[in-house]
Design a protein around this ligand. Sequence first.
Ligand SMILES: C[S@@+](CC[C@H](N)C(=O)[O-])C[C@H]1O[C@@H](n2cnc3c(N)ncnc32)[C@H](O)[C@@H]1O
Length: 227
Amino acid sequence: MASFDQPQEDTITTPLKSASWSYAEAYVAEDDVLAAARSRAEEVGVAPIGSGGGAALRFLASVLDARAVVEIGTGTGVSGLWLLRGMRSDGVLTTVDIEAEHQRLARQSFTEAGIPSQRARTISGAALDVLPRLTDGHYDLVFCDGDKTEYSAYLKEALRLLRPGGVVAFDNALWHDRVADPAQRDEETVAIRELGRQVAEHDDLVSVLLPVGDGLLVAKKEWNPEA
Ligand SMILES: C[S@@+](CC[C@H](N)C(=O)[O-])C[C@H]1O[C@@H](n2cnc3c(N)ncnc32)[C@H](O)[C@@H]1O
């Protein structure tokens, strides 16, 4: 008997999937401030999160009623804008980037969006030098989008920084379709694949790999009194 919940096999065509993917990416529209942040990213050669991933970040920050968020990889502020717009109106984004110039451009994006300066704490430096200085168990959400080869190290830091029930998210979890292809063995692909394995097998994490943009891996830190 035919199921009315599933589309017929012959209606699932590649062009339809491609159109649906584009439709989903554009479902939550971006405004002029985000467009300006994106063009600054292009000028300095930074790849910002896509609009679908950005909308997912805003959703997560909103669902968590996030008061404190850490971002690794500020860029020119595209993901930061999405996060700040989902957080509580008094929430503070702590965002880390190794390039001070990128952070200058991100601050410009935040100012254009009318975000009070005290809501965005920009820290310039290498993530693995800065993160150990942040407070244990204080954060609702950690978003990772820095050096892909350091993703496993970011996971370790995130588990320390998050409160129980907090969420860690990694952009580029599908890394240009390379992660799913076992023939791809470059350093970044291998690192992201290894991160995916660690997250999936972690006893204290409930995870989902969202196929938005270039892939957003999301995991909730469960309460574990023995951890
Ligand atoms: C993909 S971009 C971030 C884009 C940003 N999240 C967005 O969506 O708008 C990566 C950023 O990470 C920064 N970065 C690279 N390696 C880093 C490291 N080890 N520590 C901190 N930041 C790093 C780069 O300077 C760059 O701005």
